[in-house]
Design a protein around this ligand. Structure first.
Ligand code: DDH
Length: 286
């Protein structure tokens, strides 16, 4: 048990659980990043519903959304950290887990502040269907991400997270990793999007994705239809090209936009204190 509000101690314990020899590519990192993103990516700016406040994925309505299949692994990885630092809210822990994982995998430092609540406000619950569907194209990407208040540039920067981790046919129906080293954060995803020939492949389960057979590693790399859409849309493509040639710019923009993502729906006063989290019922102010 650490002192209430000692987020440094929590960060250290999250960093320690990154190495998971029995899991996927030996790292808990990618799935922790996806947990942070899905906890926040339900936000709707118009109705001010969804977002990371409330940690709604603990409950069936949100946790059982097929879009969240597999994220229980990330929640289980973090559970010992919650047990040890019981003062931290799940909403803070899940977002902090993502940014610690990105840093541990060689990514940028991402600004993070605590203060999210675990109180579930029924009037703020997101309906299912708010997270993106990889089988779609650029119209869908804009529909989903404009709803959260992101621009085309931010959509492309966020998509660079697909440099990490992999698809699992028993979770999303898609299969494989985007890059050869999926536990090292870089701009490789953008470089491969532009430099390789991607051909459409129908998997045995009927799902269609794009693949490239890499001779060096003798591995098949993959892209989702939504990833390929970033190269086909003029406005998106400009940013893919920039991030493919300028890794520092990608790191800088990714840091800003991921930080914006995990703050969606959180209102703070000038001292950074959250003003729209119900503390009485399960929240904690740093
Ligand atoms: Fe993603 N993502 N994602 N993604 N994502 C998947 C895996 C991972 C889409 C679909 C999928 C973002 C955007 C999109 C990560 C981070 C981020 C999988 C595979 C699918 C499908 C799941 C599975 O089978 O286990 C689509 C569509 C979009 C979009 O429309 C833009 C964003 C914005 C992020 C982010 O973090 C900012 C990560 C990391 C993974 C790897 C997870 C793992 O277990 O490994």
């Amino acid at each position: 048990m650490s002192k209430r509000g000692d987020f440094e101690a929590v960060r250290k314990d999250i960093a320690k659980l990154m190495h998971q020899p029995e899991y996927d590519d030996g790292s808990a990192g990618p799935v922790l990043v996806r947990l942070a993103w899905h906890s926040a990516g339900t936000y709707d700016a118009d109705t001010d519903t969804g977002g990371s406040n409330g940690a709604g994925m603990r409950y069936e309505a949100e946790g059982g959304d097929p879009a969240n299949a597999g994220l229980q692994h990330a929640r289980v990885f973090l559970e010992p950290v919650k047990e040890k630092h019981s003062w931290i809210t799940y909403a803070d822990l899940w977002t902090l887990g993502g940014i610690v994982a990105i840093k541990e995998m060689g990514g940028p430092e991402i600004p993070w502040k605590g203060g999210r609540t675990d109180y579930v406000d029924d009037s703020k619950l997101p309906p299912r269907g708010r997270l993106p569907d990889g089988a779609q194209g650029s119209d869908h990407l804009r529909f989903i991400f404009y709803r959260m208040g992101f621009t085309d540039q931010e959509i492309v920067a966020l998509s660079g997270a697909h440099n990490l981790g992999r698809c699992h046919s028993d979770r999303s129906g898609f299969e494989g990793a985007w890059v050869n080293n999926p536990t090292r954060f870089s701009n490789q995803y953008f470089r491969l999007l532009l430099s390789l020939q991607w051909r459409k492949k129908r998997l045995p389960n009927g799902v269609e994705q794009y693949v490239h057979y890499d001779e060096d590693s003798e591995a098949e790399l993959m892209m989702l239809p939504t990833d390929i859409a970033l190269t086909q849309d003029k406005s998106f493509r400009t940013w893919v090209e920039l991030y493919a040639r300028d890794k520092d710019r990608f790191f800088e923009d990714f840091s800003k936009v991921f930080s914006k993502l995990i703050e969606l729906g959180i209102v703070r006063d000038e001292d950074g204190k959250v003003t729209n989290a119900d503390n009485e019922r399960g929240g904690y102010h740093a």
